[in-house]
Design a protein around this ligand. Structure first.
Ligand code: SUG
Length: 429
């Protein structure tokens, strides 16, 4: 496998928000999901916000991809539980007999593609291919349905097996709970050269909120890619219990930069020292004076940290970070300070944020050289025309609003199927 550092770029694949986006309070430990339970959601606006973010990244000169949502409600996912008949009969029976299960198969949670898979960069893997290990998302019922469909999608998108190895999800059990890239950080001198892989994980410490990522899952992911000397870092219990259900809520890394809350990890100093020893160019940027509460409320760390074509780095932040004066003062300090982060770009993804998903949650990062990029199905890479087509499809087919009671309405199920079919057609053009 030849790899070409000179042509390697990171492509962000954003999850397109699906037509059933709603607030069902499905994720204990995710403060926004819990506090917005029962609110009315706006799927069309949510998808357009996501598309506008993709557009903002394209306008920075970066390559942008997208991943379409699976069909929801997922009648198929209900059949193994003993529901049968037509799809509508299956959905109606589940809504009547097990409302919690029914709500789980209605969720548009696949939009948070940072949880689709862990991506291991070609220069780090044993066979020189990019490895994508589909996440099992075993920690949350509604998310556990995503794995098999995501696996099939990733195989479709990253279709050249000479460049990509797409693995299925680990067996779905709490012991091997795997939440994908949201708990993985790669530090390196560049996207195209060998780097250090850091896996943040939880463990059972008896807190009120679940710790979703198991260390053994991360070890299996590293094994599947044949990584050399990955680093495992235990999340800080206080951060998890404050609402950092994924590490990407309190830290973000890109190339030589680790931007982190000082309380993100249990032994932060140990991690910094281990990284420094292997990557002398490392910049650890710790925030000062931002409480865990402010960090989680504003999603400051759930920013995308990207390398611009001129080599500088930009932080793509949610608008909520600008609305918190303490957080924004810290962003301004970081951008002015002596580190590679030189630009702050603010995006509005409020509908996703209200379910605990910021800019970084919405995207899966895939570093590719020219050959690997050619091995991606181009239908999933955005240019002006494809972006327009997606936006028109959303405008024409996504419901404007979904209140909790709407989920059980067969008219919504029909609209979701029509939207899904229209999207497939738009992708196929
Ligand atoms: O898994 N929210 C998602 C948010 C995922 C954010 N991803 C990252 N941090 N990378 C979750 O908790 C809420 C759905 C609801 O409650 O209806 C939800 O699934």
């Amino acid at each position: 496998m030849t790899r070409d550092p000179a042509t390697t770029v990171e492509v962000n694949f954003d999850g397109l928000v699906g037509p059933t986006h709603n607030y069902a309070g499905l994720s204990p430990g995710n403060v926004a999901s819990q506090s917005n339970f029962g609110e009315t959601a706006f799927p069309r606006a949510a998808a357009l916000q996501g598309l506008a973010k993709m557009r903002a990244v394209m306008d920075l000169g970066l390559t942008q991809g997208f991943l379409p949502p699976p069909l929801r409600p997922a009648a198929e996912a209900l059949r193994p539980f003993g529901f049968d008949g037509s799809d509508d009969e299956v959905l109606a029976a589940a809504a009547r007999d097990d409302l919690a299960l029914f709500r789980a198969v209605c969720s548009a949670s696949s939009m948070w593609r940072a949880n689709a898979a862990t991506v291991l960069a070609a220069p780090d893997t044993a066979d020189g291919r990019v490895h994508l290990v589909t996440a099992n998302l075993a920690g949350m019922l509604h998310r556990s349905f995503e794995g098999p469909e995501t696996h099939a999608l990733l195989r479709r998108v990253f279709r050249d097996e000479a460049c990509f190895a797409v693995h299925g999800p680990l067996p779905s059990a709490r012991h091997f709970g795997d939440e994908g890239a949201a708990n993985h950080m790669r530090l390196a001198d560049g996207h195209g050269v060998a780097g250090v892989n850091v896996f943040a994980h939880g463990e059972h410490r008896g807190g009120a909120f679940p710790e979703r990522q198991s260390r053994r899952a991360s070890e299996a992911v590293a094994r599947l890619g044949g990584l050399e000397a990955p680093i495992y870092a235990l999340q800080n219990a206080a951060a998890v219990q404050a609402g950092a259900f994924h590490n990407d809520v309190v830290a973000v890394a890109n190339e030589t930069v680790l931007l982190t809350h000082p309380q993100a990890l249990d032994d932060a100093q140990g991690l910094y020292a281990a990284l420094q020893a292997r990557l002398p160019s490392l910049h650890v940027v710790e925030t000062q004076g931002v409480s865990l509460e402010d960090a989680i409320g504003s999603y400051l760390f759930n920013s995308q940290l990207v390398t611009l074509p001129d080599g500088a780095m930009a932080l793509i932040l949610p608008v909520e970070a600008r609305e918190n004066a303490r957080v924004w003062a810290e962003v301004e300090r970081i951008v002015a300070a002596n580190n590679p982060i030189s630009r702050a770009v603010v995006v509005d993804v409020r509908e996703s944020m209200r379910n605990g998903g910021g800019p970084a949650c919405l995207r899966l990062r895939v570093p590719v050289d020219e050959a690997a990029r050619a091995g991606i199905d181009p239908g999933f890479l955005l240019d002006e025309a494809r972006w327009e087509r997606l936006a028109h499809t959303v405008e024409a087919h996504w419901p404007e609003a979904i209140a909790p009671k709407d989920l059980t309405d067969p008219a919504l199920w029909a609209q979701a199927r029509a939207a899904h079919a229209a999207l497939e057609q738009a992708i196929g053009v």
